[in-house]
Unconditional design. Structure first.
Length: 317
C-alpha cells in the first residue's frame, strides 16, 4: 500500500488508483515531511508572520500561494504575535521540520538577529518581507516606508495644517522605526509642529491605537491632523472617534499608512497611502524559488506605496 501512496514503481496503475481512492475515502494524507526526507526534499516552506488577524498579512500569504502551490510546495505558517521569544521558538520549530526555506517578517529590527544570522550561515534560504533585520545579507522585499509617510505629511501640509499627531507602530519593529523617522524628518523639513505628547505608541494593534487615540483626543492642546501608522490601528482610532464624538475632519484631520476595505466605508472615507501586499508576497516567493533552484545572490526590492485621496482631511485657509 505504501508503494502506491508514495508513487513508487511495482504497483499496477489500476491497483494504485483503487488504493488512492480508498485512502481519500478514509481521509488519509501523507506525512509530507517524512515523505520529503525519504526523497531528500520536503517541499515545505516556513512562513513567519507577526499577526494572523491582520488582513495585510493574509494578502501577502495569498501572493505566496500563487507561486508555491502550482510548483507543489506547501507553506508551514507560524505567528509570532509580535513576541521575540515566540519568534525564536517558531524559527527553531521550522528548522526542526527540515523546511527548505524560511520567509519571515521579523518581530524586532534586531531582537533575534543571532538566530537569523545562524540560518543564513547554515545556508537555509531566508527571505524577509515587509520588515528586515538591518545589516543581515539576505533577500528581502519591503515598502518604502519613509517615502510613503512623507507623502502623507506633505499632503496635510499642503492642506494648510501646521501641527501633527502620530499613532505609531511598535517602537522596536523595523516598520515602526522607519515610519516614525520618516514622519519626523519630513515635519522638520516643512516646519510642522509635532509635540512629544502627540506621539503615542499604538503597539501595532487595534486596542493599543484605541487607547492612544482616546488619550490624544482628550488633550487640551491637540494637533489639527493625525497620521495612523497601520490599518489595524485605524480601526482603533475610529472606535475612539465614535466613542468621544470627535468629528473628522472638522475637529481633526486623519490619514493612514495602509489601506483596507474599512477605510472606504468609514464616514468620511480615509485618505491613505496603500501598499501592495499580494505583490509583496509574489515577489518574496519568487525570490525564495530563485534561491532554491539557482542559489541566486540575495535580491533586494523596495516597493512604492501609492497615495489615495479621500475625504478625511480638511482644507485650512
Amino acid at each position: 500500500m505504501s508503494r502506491a501512496l508514495n508513487g513508487k514503481p511495482g504497483v499496477s496503475e489500476e491497483l494504485r488508483n483503487r488504493i488512492l481512492e480508498f485512502a481519500r475515502m478514509k481521509g488519509y494524507s501523507p506525512d509530507l515531511a517524512a515523505v520529503g526526507l525519504r526523497k531528500g526534499k520536503t517541499k515545505i516552506i516556513g512562513v513567519l508572520i507577526p499577526d494572523v488577524s491582520n488582513p495585510f498579512f493574509a494578502q501577502i500569504l495569498r501572493g505566496m500561494e500563487r507561486v508555491f502551490y502550482p510548483l507543489g510546495y506547501h507553506l508551514l505558517l507560524c505567528s509570532t504575535d509580535e513576541n521575540t521569544e515566540k519568534e525564536e521558538e517558531n524559527l527553531r520549530t521550522l528548522l526542526s521540520q527540515r523546511v527548505e526555506g524560511i520567509l519571515a517578517a521579523p518581530t524586532d529590527s534586531g531582537g533575534n538577529r543571532s538566530i537569523y544570522k545562524k540560518i543564513v550561515d547554515s545556508n537555509v534560504p531566508l527571505v524577509f518581507f515587509d520588515r528586515i533585520v538591518p545589516n543581515l545579507e539576505t533577500s528581502y522585499v519591503i515598502t518604502d516606508n519613509e517615502g510613503g509617510v512623507a507623502e502623507l505629511v506633505r499632503y496635510v501640509y499642503e492642506k494648510g495644517h501646521r501641527s501633527l499627531g502620530v499613532i505609531t507602530l511598535r517602537s522596536r519593529s523595523y516598520t515602526g522605526k522607519m515610519r516614525l523617522s520618516g514622519i519626523l524628518k519630513c515635519c522638520d523639513e516643512l516646519g510642522m509642529l509635532v509635540k512629544e505628547e502627540w506621539i503615542l505608541d499604538g503597539h501595532s494593534t487595534q486596542e493599543g491605537a484605541y487607547q492612544a487615540a482616546k488619550k490624544l483626543f482628550q488633550l487640551e492642546d491637540k494637533p489639527t491632523s493625525l497620521i495612523v501608522c497601520n490599518n489595524l490601528m485605524m480601526l482603533g482610532v475610529m472606535k475612539a472617534v465614535k466613542e468621544l464624538n470627535v468629528k473628522v475632519p472638522e475637529d481633526i484631520s486623519v490619514v493612514s499608512f495602509d489601506d483596507s476595505y474599512w477605510n472606504e466605508i468609514f464616514d468620511p472615507p480615509i485618505t491613505c497611502v496603500a501598499q501592495e501586499p499580494e505583490q509583496m508576497g509574489l515577489i518574496a516567493a519568487t525570490m525564495m524559488m530563485d534561491l532554491l533552484m539557482h542559489g541566486s545572490r540575495p535580491a533586494k526590492t523596495v516597493l512604492k506605496a501609492h497615495f489615495i485621496e479621500r475625504a478625511s482631511v480638511k482644507q485650512i485657509k
